[in-house]
Write a protein that binds this ligand. Structure first.
Ligand code: SAH
Ligand code: MG
Length: 948
C-alpha cells in the first residue's frame, strides 16, 4: 500500500532500471540518501496506527542541479528507484522501450509546447521558465516571444520527442527547432511568424500572474555584467574577450545577439553545454539565413542544412564538438533548476584555453595535477598508491561526457572462469609477497588470488559501439583492472586526437597494440569533427615550431635532442632514480624571449610527485632526470609546446599571445630532485625480472618436483597458494598436495582458487594433473603435526625471513628431524642483492654495484621481513642444519646468477635426505598428533568437500 507511488517502476517496460539510467547520465554525481520514516509519521491511510512493524524508507537523490525525494517505500532499494524515477521525469528523459510512432511523438511534442505557454509554467522553477519570464521584458514586437532555439536546448523532453520523430535530431539541433516550430504552428494558443524562429502566446497572461512576477524580478535586478569569449569564424582573427552587460535589458539573449551583429535574440542559435554536468557554458551563433528559409520548406534537408558552405566556424566547432556557423560567442549564463535568478559566470581567455585542453585526455590529466607544462597522462597504470592526479576511470567518464558519448561500460571478467590457458600464456603480474596485502588489511580485496581482467566499451548516445578494449593483463583487484583498461582507451584516444590525420592502417595498428578494437564507421561519425577541425587550434601557433615539438608526449619516447643547454648542478649523491620510484621534485617553467633577453615565469611548483618510468611527465623531464641524483638541480631549454598549453597557464593571455606570435621563444625548465621513495619489493622484482621473480621461484620448484618424481608435497608457509595453484598447470607425478600457513586470510584465498581449479580439472581430457587429494592446514610451521610427516618433497618459499631468526632455526630442526621430507627446498632473499634492486633502473641492471651506494644503509625488501640474510649467513644456517639431521645441501637461486656478484636475488637451498629408509623416527610417526586445523580439503574420489 505504501508503495503506491513507485508502482510505475514495475509497470515500466524498460531494460534499464531508473537508477541505471541516472547512473548513465550522472555517474558518481548522483548521491542517494535513504532515511527511515517512522510509520506513524507519514500519514499513510493504511498505516494510521503507529506500529512496530518493518521500517519505511524515503530516499532523496541529489543531482548536480536539483534534488528529488522519493515516495515512501518498504524497501530501501525501492525508495532509491523511486527517487531515480522522479528525477527522470523531471529531466524529461524518455525511457519507454515501446517507442511511440513518429506521429504519436509529434502530437506529444505539440502537447508539450502547449504546456510551456500555459499560466502554470510561467511561475514554475524550470530552466526554461526563466526565459519565458524574461521574454516579458522584451520590447516592441519581441514582447513575450521565446526563441525556439532556447526551447530546443533547455527542455530535454522536447528534444527527446524530436529524436523519436527523426533520430537525426540527436546530432542536429536545427531539426529540433524546426519540429518545435511545426508543433507550434498547429496550436491555437500560440503565434508563429513566417521566417521567424520564435513563438509567442496569443493571449496575454492574466495580470495577477504578471504582477507577482514583477515583484520577484525587481528583487533580483542587480547589475549583471560578465566576460564571454568571442570566437571569430575566420582563423585570421584572434579569439577575444567580450564584455556582456545584461543589466539594462530584460533578456540576455538579445545582448548576445548584438555582439553577433544581429538585431535580436530570435535569430540566435544555442549549442549544448560543455564541461561539467552543471555547466552553463554554451556557444551562441547566428542562425544561417538559408536555414530560416529552409524551415518554410516541407522538411529541412539535414545534409543541406548542415552544409553552409564556408560558414563552419572551425575553432568553435572543435570546442563544442558540434557544427557551429559563423562568428560565435562563448558565454556561461542561463536559468537553472536551482533558482529563479539568472546564473552567470566569467569566462576569461585563460579559462577558455583550459577548457580547450581538457578536450584531450592528457589535458584533463594535466589540469587534475595542476601542472600543465609538466604532467602527461601516464602510459602505464602500476598501482593506485603510486598514481597521482585524476584516475583513468574518472578521466574516461569525463571524456565521454564532454564528447557526448554514453557513460563507459565496464565488464570485469574473472580469469579463472575463462580458459586456464590464460594462466600459462600471459605474464601474470602476481606479487611475490601476498602478505603485504594481508598486513594492510585492505578492505577492497574482493577477489583474492583470483585474477581479474576488465573490458571497457564506449557507445555513442545512440548506443552505437564505438570501441572496445580487452586488455590481456590480469590484476588482483578489480579496480586496478578497470583503471588499466580505461588508461589504454585514453592513451589511444589521446594519440588519435593529437594526430587525427593518421591513416586507418596506423590507427588499427596502434589500437591493436593497446588491445583495442574500434569500429571506424561509428567512430568517425562521432569524431569526424575533430578530424576536420582539429588542427585549428594549433594554426594559431607558429606552425613550424609546433610541428617540431609536437612529439612532446608520453607516448613517443622523445630522445634527449629536444633538450638544449642542459646543465646539471650540485654534488652527485649517488642516489639515482630507478623505474618505479616515486620522485619528489620542485620545478619552474619560464617563457624565454630570446631576442629581448627576457624571461617570464609560467608555471612552478614547490613539490611535485610522480612515478618515474610511466610517462607521467613530459618526456624531456624523464630523459633529464634519469641522469640526476637526489639533491641535484638541472636547467635546460626546450621548444614550445602547442600554444594553447602556454596560454592555459599565462596570466596575461593577450600579451603572451602577442609575444608568441611576434618573437622567437622557447621554454626554460629548471628542476630540483628533492627526494625519492623506493618502490616496494614486488614492484622492484617485477620491474627488474622477466618473468617476475615470484614466477621464477615457482618454476624452479616445479623443475625439482618433476625431476624427483615426488608424489606427495607439502608447502610450508603456502600463503595464498601461488605455488600450489601453479602446480596444477604442470604435468607432474604429484598425487597429494598440502599447504600450511597461519594467515587465515591467505588460506581462504588459497582454498578458493584451488577449489575452483581442481573441480574444473576433473575432466582428464583437459587436465595435466593427477592430483587426487589436497589439504590446507591452519597452523605454525614451527609446531609438530604428525600429518605432515614422510612427504616426498617439502617447499618453503620466501617464508623464513618472516619469522624471528630463532623460529627459522626451530622450523629447520622440526622439519628435518620430524617431518623428514626426502627433499626440502627453502628460498629467502639475498640481502646483498638489495643494492641492485634499490638503485637500478631497467637500463642499468647489468652494471655491477657502484661503490657510492654501498655506504648507504640498506632497507629490507619488505616491511614484514624480520631479517634478510647474506649468502654467507644463509649458507651457514643451512649447512649446519643439514649436517645435524643427515641431509646434504646444495645452493642456488633465481634472478641474477651464481657467478656474478652479488649472486642471486632469491637464494635457494635444496636439502636431500641421506638415509635410505623413509622412517627414521618411528616413535613420532606412530604417535598421532594433530595440532593444525583443516581449513579445506579436496578429494577426487568422493568429489569434493569444503570445511571453511
Ligand atoms: N610461500 C608463499 C608465501 C610467502 S609469504 C609464496 O611464495 O608466495 C610468507 C608466508 O609465510 C605468509 O603467508 C605468512 O603467513 C607465512 N608464515 C610466516 N610465519 C609462519 C609460521 N610460523 N607458520 C606458518 N606460516 C608462516
Ligand atoms: Mg618475503
Amino acid at each position: 500500500m505504501e508503495t503506491e507511488g513507485p508502482s510505475a517502476v514495475s509497470v515500466r517496460k524498460t531494460s534499464l532500471t531508473p537508477k541505471a539510467i541516472i547512473f548513465q547520465k550522472f555517474g558518481k554525481e548522483a548521491h542517494y540518501t535513504v532515511d527511515e520514516v517512522p510509520a506513524a509519521q507519514h500519514g499513510c491511510p493504511g498505516l494510521a496506527i503507529p506500529h512496530k512493524g518493518p521500517c519505511l524508507y524515503r530516499c532523496s537523490l541529489q543531482l548536480p542541479d536539483f534534488s528529488v525525494v522519493s515516495e515512501i517505500c518498504k524497501k530501501k532499494k525501492d525508495a532509491e528507484q523511486s527517487a531515480a524515477e522522479k528525477a527522470i521525469e523531471k529531466l524529461g528523459i524518455e525511457t519507454s522501450t515501446d517507442h511511440p510512432s513518429a506521429g504519436e511523438a509529434f502530437s506529444k511534442l505539440t502537447g508539450c509546447v502547449k504546456f510551456l505557454f500555459s499560466n502554470e509554467f510561467l511561475s514554475s522553477l524550470h530552466p526554461l521558465s526563466g526565459h519565458f519570464r524574461a521574454a516579458l521584458q522584451r520590447d516592441g514586437d519581441l514582447y513575450s516571444s521565446v526563441p525556439a532555439s532556447i526551447m530546443a536546448v533547455y527542455d530535454s523532453k522536447l528534444s527527446n520527442l524530436c529524436k523519436i520523430i527523426n533520430p537525426e535530431a540527436e546530432l542536429n539541433n536545427i531539426l529540433v527547432i524546426s519540429y518545435i516550430m511545426r508543433a507550434a504552428a498547429r496550436l491555437e494558443s500560440v503565434v508563429t511568424f513566417e521566417g521567424q524562429l520564435s513563438i509567442r502566446r496569443k493571449n496575454p497572461y492574466p495580470p495577477n500572474i504578471i504582477e507577482s512576477l514583477v515583484i520577484q524580478q525587481s528583487d533580483s535586478a542587480n547589475s549583471i555584467c560578465f566576460q564571454g569569449i568571442y570566437i571569430p569564424c575566420s582563423l585570421e582573427k584572434a579569439v577575444q574577450s567580450v564584455t556582456l552587460d545584461v543589466s539594462s535589458t530584460g533578456y540576455y539573449l538579445d545582448v548576445i545577439a548584438q555582439k553577433l551583429g544581429l538585431t535580436d535574440g530570435n535569430k540566435v542559435l544555442v549549442s549544448r553545454t560543455i564541461g561539467k554536468t552543471s555547466s552553463e557554458m554554451r556557444l551562441y551563433f547566428a542562425a544561417p539565413k538559408s536555414f530560416i528559409f529552409d524551415l518554410a520548406s516541407d522538411l529541412p534537408n539535414v545534409k543541406g542544412v548542415a552544409n553552409f558552405e564556408g560558414l563552419l566556424n572551425p575553432r568553435a566547432s572543435y570546442f563544442i564538438g558540434q557544427e557551429i556557423y559563423g562568428d560565435a560567442v562563448l558565454a556561461s549564463i542561463g536559468y537553472t533548476w536551482k533558482s529563479k535568478d539568472l546564473f552567470h559566470e566569467d569566462i576569461t581567455l585563460k579559462s577558455y584555453y583550459r577548457v580547450l585542453i581538457s578536450l584531450m585526455p592528457t589535458g584533463v590529466y594535466k589540469l587534475s595535477r595542476d601542472a600543465i607544462l609538466m604532467a602527461e597522462l601516464p602510459v602505464a597504470f602500476t598501482s593506485k598508491t603510486t598514481w597521482r592526479g585524476s584516475f583513468p576511470r574518472e578521466i574516461l567518464s569525463m571524456f565521454c561526457r564532454q564528447h557526448w558519448l554514453s557513460e563507459p561500460v565496464f565488464i570485469p571478467l574473472a580469469a579463472s572462469s575463462e580458459s586456464t590457458r590464460i594462466h600459462q600464456k600471459f605474464v601474470v603480474p602476481e606479487s611475490a609477497e601476498q602478505e603485504t596485502e594481508c598486513t594492510e588489511a585492505s578492505g577492497n580485496l574482493t577477489s583474492g588470488q583470483e585474477m581479474i581482467r576488465c573490458e571497457v566499451k564506449l557507445f555513442s548516445k545512440c548506443q552505437d559501439l564505438i570501441l572496445e578494449c580487452s586488455p590481456k593483463e590480469l590484476h588482483k583487484k578489480e579496480s586496478d583492472s578497470l583503471q588499466n583498461a580505461s588508461l589504454k582507451v585514453l592513451s589511444w584516444l589521446n594519440a588519435y586526437l593529437k594526430n587525427p590525420d593518421m591513416s586507418l592502417e596506423m590507427l588499427n595498428y596502434s589500437a591493436g597494440a593497446l588491445d583495442i578494437r574500434f569500429y571506424p564507421q561509428n567512430f568517425f561519425k562521432k569524431f569526424a569533427l575533430c578530424r576536420s577541425c582539429h588542427n585549428v587550434d594549433h594554426s594559431e601557433s607558429q606552425r613550424g615550431r609546433f610541428l617540431k615539438s609536437n612529439s612532446i608526449s608520453g607516448l613517443d619516447a622523445v630522445p634527449e635532442h629536444g633538450v638544449c643547454c642542459l646543465s646539471i648542478g650540485g654534488p652527485d649523491s649517488g642516489v639515482c632514480p630507478s623505474n618505479g620510484s616515486l620522485l619528489f621534485i620542485s620545478y619552474s617553467v619560464s617563457l624565454v624571449i630570446e631576442a629581448q633577453n627576457m624571461k617570464e615565469l609560467l608555471e612552478s611548483k614547490e613539490e611535485f610527485e610522480f612515478e618515474i618510468g610511466t610517462g607521467a611527465v613530459v618526456s624531456y623531464i624523464e630523459a633529464v632526470i634519469t641522469q640526476m641524483s637526489v639533491g641535484q638541480s638541472a636547467c635546460f631549454n626546450t621548444q614550445l609546446p602547442p600554444q594553447e598549453l602556454i596560454l592555459a597557464v599565462a596570466d596575461d593571455t593577450a600579451r603572451t599571445r602577442s609575444l608568441l606570435s611576434s618573437e622567437a621563444c622557447c621554454l626554460e625548465y629548471s628542476i630540483t630532485l628533492l627526494s625519492m621513495t623506493e618502490p616496494p619489493e614486488d614492484r622492484m622484482e617485477q620491474a627488474l625480472f622477466s618473468p617476475p621473480l615470484s614466477k621464477q621461484r615457482v618454476e624452479y620448484a616445479v623443475q625439482h618436483i618433476k625431476e624427483s618424481c615426488a608424489t606427495t608435497l607439502v608447502d610450508f608457509g603456502c600463503g595464498s597458494g601461488s605455488l600450489l595453484d601453479s602446480l596444477l598447470d604442470y604435468p607432474t607425478a604429484l598425487e597429494k598436495i598440502v599447504g600450511v600457513d597461519l594467515s587465515q586470510k591467505s588460506l581462504s584465498r588459497a582454498a578458493k582458487i584451488l577449489h575452483s581449479k581442481l573441480n574444473s580439472k576433473l575432466d582428464p581430457a583437459v587436465s595435466y594433473t593427477g592430483i587426487k587429494s589436497a589439504v590446507l592446514y591452519d597452523g605454525s610451521i614451527t609446531v609438530f603435526d604428525s600429518r605432515l610427516c614422510g612427504f616426498d618433497i617439502g617447499t618453503c618459499l620466501e617464508v623464513i625471513e618472516h619469522m624471528e631468526e630463532e623460529d627459522a632455526s626451530l622450523f629447520g630442526s622440526i622439519v628435518l628431524s620430524c617431518f623428514r621430507p626426502r627433499i626440502l627446498i627453502v628460498s629467502t632473499p639475498n640481502y646483498e642483492y638489495n643494492v641492485i634492486l634499490q638503485k637500478s633502473s631497467l637500463t642499468s641492471q647489468e652494471g655491477d654495484p657502484d661503490d657510492k651506494t654501498e655506504s648507504q644503509p640498506l632497507k629490507f625488501r619488505n616491511h614484514d621481513h624480520k631479517f634478510e640474510w647474506t649468502r654467507e649467513q644463509f649458507n651457514r644456517w643451512a649447512s649446519e642444519l643439514a649436517a645435524r639431521h643427515n641431509y646434504s645441501v646444495e645452493f642456488s637461486g633465481v634472478g641474477g646468477s651464481a657467478g656474478t656478484e652479488p649472486g642471486f636475488a632469491s637464494q635457494i637451498a635444496v636439502f636431500r635426505s641421506r638415509s635410505e629408509t623413509k622412517e627414521d623416527n618411528p616413535q613420532i610417526d606412530k604417535e598421532v598428533t594433530h595440532h593444525h586445523r583443516v581449513i579445506w580439503e579436496w578429494d577426487s574420489s568422493n568429489c569434493s568437500r569444503t570445511a571453511l
